[in-house]
Design a protein around this ligand. Sequence first.
Ligand code: DX5
Ligand code: ZN
Length: 221
Amino acid sequence: MADLIAPSILSADFARLGEEVDNVLKAGADIVHFDVMDNHFVPNLTIGPLVCEALRKHGVTAPIDVHLMIEPVDRIIPDFAKAGASYITFHPEASRHIDRTLQMIRDHGCKSGLVFNPATPLHHLDHVMDKIDMILLMSVNPGFGGQSFIPSALDKLRLVRKRIDESGFDIRLEIDGGVKVDNIREIKAAGADTFVAGSANFGQPDYKAVIDQMRAEMAKA
Ligand code: DX5
Ligand code: ZN
């Protein structure tokens, strides 16, 4: 499976969002990571389906990877599907009926995924591997960009990599939080294939330089 770089727009300049997304894609990013927060499930408030739709109307054709940090989840899924989301991932703690929510995401034509906080156990995967297109491991506690990578996420990545390989399903393994040029190599070596990077990209003057360096580091893994 090809490695995908997924800049999180949480760290972008929201006053120029369309241009920011165009620039980071032109610089070599593969997918757009779209962080949705509700000031309830996490202590921050961000963007919703209107902004997703605005990016599509602006002309963004790359996959949009919607990471829901909201509770409840189900009500908003049709809205994001209609707004042009490609992936919709959610936290198991935020849904009463995980299987139903996963199924609902696929029924609306999107790829589905479960997100695990640093301390969330992996048993939520036990009976739903056939309904998942992406597993997202948080390497920070969700809510904010610019936090430091929590090293125990590497062991968790190795565990999930094994589970995916043994399952035989076509499931992406995404990592989110504190991913930088200087740690992306070991993160890839631990099994990730999709790399969210917010402040590492949008905090820098030259997006292409950062993405090129990330790819060079990944090639060494
Ligand atoms: C945090 C978000 C992340 C965040 C990552 O809750 O889910 O996607 O934007 O930002 P960095 O890469 O700066 O840690
Ligand atoms: Zn995220």
